[in-house]
Design a binder for this molecule. Structure first.
Ligand SMILES: [Mn+2]
Length: 361
C-alpha cells in the first residue's frame, strides 16, 4: 500500500518576502504544488495521503481557496486524505460539504483512528488538543501497522508547551510510523522512536522563505505485510531556495564583486530563488553597489536577494606616514574609542567622501 506523508503546505500564504507580482505568482505555485501532489496520488495509486497539519496558512482561508483545495482532493479519488490540523489552521472551519475522501480528526477533541485495508490503521489528534492527559488515552492495537499523525515540536523529555510533542510519552505504544508536521525541514533518514517504530518530519512542500532552503517535497511510503517496505523522499517543489555565502575579500572594484557573485551562483538554476550573502574583509572604498548587483541577479533568477555581512579592512600601518588628507582622516578616527567595526565603517565612508564618490548609507 502506497502512502504519502506531507504537511506544512501553507496554502494561501501571502509570500510577503517577495515583490507583489512575484508573491502573487508564488502563492499560486504553492497551490499548484498541492494540486500536483493530488494528481500524483491518483496516478500512482496511492491509498492514503497523510497531511500532518498546516495545510492552510491561516484559520480563515477564502471560500474560493477551500473550494479549490476540496475539489483537488475529491478529484484524487480513490486516494483518501487524512488531515490533522496544525498551529496555523487550528481553528479551521468549514461550512461547505467536505469531499468524501477527506478524513478529519478530533471532532470529539480526542484521538481518532481509521482502519484501512492491509492491516493499516491511521490515528491522529489535532494539535490544539494534545495535552498531558491525551498520551494516556492513546490506545493502539498491537497487531496493526499503526501510523500516528501529529503536528508540533518534538521533545525528548517532558512536554514544554502546548506545541510540544513528548516522544517519551509516545514510546512503547505500538506505533510503527509517527508522521510529524511543523518543522519545515524533512527528516531524510527517519529517527528511531522505540524498538518498534520510527518518526520523521515531512518538511514543507515548497520553500517560502530563506529559512526553508534546500530540497522540498514529500515522503512516499510503501507498507506491505505489516512492514514499512520502503520510504522515499520525492523532491517535488517547483523552485528551490538557495543561500550562498560569497567571500569578496579579494575584490577591488564593483566589477570584481559582480564577477565573484555570478561565479558563486553559476550552478544555480534560473527558476530558483537565491540569497547571496557577501562576507569577508575588503579594502576601504570598495564600491559594492548592492542595488545594481541585486538588479542584475534578479534578471537571472526568479528572485534574488543580497545581504551584506562583509566588513571593510583598514590597513592602519599603510596610513601611518600618509601626509595627505586621507592619512590625516584615518589617524584622526583612530584616536577615538569606539567599536572596531563602526570605526572601519566610518573610515570607509570617509575615504569614499574624500574621493568624491557616491555614498549610500
Ligand atoms: Mn506549524
Amino acid at each position: 500500500m502506497k502512502i504519502i506523508h506531507t504537511g506544512d503546505v501553507h496554502l494561501g500564504s501571502a509570500m510577503r518576502n517577495l515583490p507583489p507580482e512575484k508573491a502573487r505568482l508564488r502563492k499560486e505555485e504553492i497551490i499548484d504544488g498541492f494540486r500536483r501532489l493530488c494528481a500524483y496520488a491518483k496516478a500512482q495509486g496511492v491509498a492514503a495521503v497523510l497531511i500532518a497539519g498546516d495545510l492552510f496558512d491561516e484559520n480563515t482561508p477564502t471560500t474560493s481557496l477551500k473550494k479549490e483545495v476540496f475539489s483537488m482532493i475529491a478529484e484524487a479519488k480513490p486516494a483518501c486524505f487524512f488531515y490533522v490540523s496544525g498551529n496555523h489552521d487550528d481553528e479551521f472551519s468549514y461550512s461547505e460539504a467536505l469531499p468524501e475522501n477527506l478524513y478529519l480528526f478530533s471532532q470529539n477533541h480526542g484521538w481518532k483512528s481509521y482502519d484501512l485495508p492491509e492491516n493499516v490503521t491511521i490515528t491522529g489528534l489535532d494539535s490544539k488538543y494534545l495535552d498531558e492527559g491525551k498520551y494516556k488515552e492513546l490506545s493502539l492495537k498491537k497487531d496493526r501497522f499503526n501510523i500516528v499523525v501529529l503536528h508540533g515540536d518534538i521533545s525528548q523529555g517532558e512536554r514544554k508547551n502546548t506545541e510540544t510533542i513528548s516522544l517519551r510519552r509516545l514510546q512503547n505504544n505500538h506505533i510503527d510510523y509517527l508522521a510529524l508536521g511543523h518543522i519545515h525541514i524533512p527528516t531524510l533518514t527517519a529517527e528511531r522512536l522505540d524498538s518498534r517504530g520510527t518518526y520523521r518530519y515531512c518538511g514543507c512542500l515548497e520553500g517560502r522563505g530563506f529559512d526553508e532552503c534546500g530540497k522540498k517535497g514529500f515522503f512516499l511510503l510503501n507498507v506491505a505485510d505489516g512492514k514499512l517496505e520502503s520510504e522515499t523522499f520525492l523532491s517535488f517543489s517547483k523552485r528551490e531556495l538557495i543561500e550562498i555565502r560569497v567571500d569578496i575579500s579579494a575584490c577591488n572594484t564593483y566589477y570584481d564583486v559582480e564577477r565573484t557573485a555570478f561565479s558563486a551562483v553559476q550552478n544555480v538554476k534560473r527558476e530558483n530563488v537565491v540569497r547571496l550573502i557577501l562576507v569577508g574583509q575588503h579594502t576601504a572604498g570598495l564600491k559594492k553597489d548592492l542595488p545594481l548587483l541585486s538588479h542584475r541577479l534578479c534578471e537571472n533568477f526568479f528572485f534574488a536577494k543580497i545581504s551584506d555581512e562583509s566588513r571593510v579592512f583598514i590597513d592602519y600601518a599603510a596610513f601611518l606616514n600618509d601626509l595627505s588628507e586621507r592619512g590625516e582622516f584615518v589617524r584622526e578616527v583612530g584616536r577615538y574609542e569606539m567599536n572596531e567595526e563602526i570605526r572601519s565603517e566610518i573610515i570607509d565612508v570617509g575615504l569614499k567622501a574624500l574621493a568624491g564618490e557616491e555614498i549610500d548609507l
